[in-house]
Design a protein around this ligand. Structure first.
Ligand code: KIV
Length: 291
């Protein structure tokens, strides 16, 4: 089966087909999501929080994203893999954004990059697309700006900010983004954006009208212990399953019911007997010298 392309993602919108997307950060998770048929995976800078345990995405580096994207690509044979451009990698200039995005594509093998911002980053998005790098936009709540927004809050509730979001979305579309993430945007504003744009909108906390939905895999699988964002839903409680499994492991190791012979390699019994006999007859060299 061949890999999903940005063009196919755009066509899904034209056909009215929903576009599910999940984050992934490692090989086994990517293998499971890919074989389940997830068409698009995001190696998000959320890894700074859910994998590394930071309280924001700001510490994530280009090297972190490259490392995790390579692992994801070993597991994902079919999904389109999007690598997130981390804080500081696309804010300086169009040239530096180009250099960093090209490095991420070359060294990670990703098929596209995502970057946060609208009008402000449109010139960079255009340059990347013209250079052959597919770009996913990301507007609404942009977690890398947490120190400006003052927290993970819904965006676009006032007339000014709603108009700014419309302008951001239009700028990204005109610059050639193949899809746009809408994070924490009021549902009716997402609907309007989705109707206006020819490219797919991928919501997260943006209501049911977006063309697609992205969620953080650790949130939906119950693997992130610190908090559960309001915009998510638990489809499994792997955290509880893991804890129960670990408790059983602890008990079995302590009471010596694990490991058993079944987990061990056999050896010729006569060899062990010979070794045992030798060790019981061999005197400690220091002791024999003293004697
Ligand atoms: O980094 C990430 O995982 C994201 C999604 C939440 C959209 O940007």
């Amino acid at each position: 089966m061949s890999r999903v392309t940005p063009d196919q993602i755009r066509q899904m919108k034209s056909r009215g087909e929903r576009i599910p997307m999940l984050t992934a950060y490692d090989y086994p998770t990517a293998s499971i999501l890919d074989s389940a048929g997830v068409p698009m995976l995001l190696v998000g800078d959320t890894l700074g929080m859910v994998v590394q345990g930071n309280d924001s995405t700001l510490p994530v580096t280009i090297e972190d994203i490259i490392y995790h994207t390579r692992a994801v690509l070993r597991g994902a044979k079919h999904a389109l893999v999007v690598a997130d451009m981390p804080f500081g990698s696309f804010q300086v200039s169009v040239e530096e954004t180009m250099r960093n995005a090209a490095r991420m594509m070359k060294e990670s093998g990703a098929q596209a990059v995502k970057l946060e911002g609208g009008v402000r980053v449109a010139a960079s998005v255009r340059a990347l697309v013209e250079a052959g790098i597919p770009v996913m936009g990301h507007i609404g709540l942009t977690p890398q700006s947490v120190n400006v927004t003052g927290g993970f809050k819904v965006q676009g509730k006032t007339e000014r900010s709603a108009r700014a979001l419309l302008a951001d979305a239009a700028a990204l579309e005109a610059a050639g983004a193949f899809a746009i993430v809408l994070e924490l945007v009021p549902a009716e504003l997402s609907r309007l954006l989705t109707e206006r744009l020819s490219v797919p909108t991928i919501g997260i906390g943006a209501g049911p009208s977006c063309d697609g939905e992205v969620q953080v895999i650790y949130d939906v699988m119950g693997l992130f212990p610190d908090f559960t964002p309001r915009h998510t839903k638990r489809y499994a409680d792997l955290g509880a399953a893991m804890r129960a499994g670990v408790e059983t492991y602890l008990r079995e190791v302590r009471e010596r019911s694990f490991p058993t012979e079944a987990q061990s390699a056999p050896i010729d019994a006569s060899l062990i007997e010979r070794l045992r006999a030798e060790s019981s007859t061999t005197k400690d060299p220091v002791e024999s010298e003293d004697a």
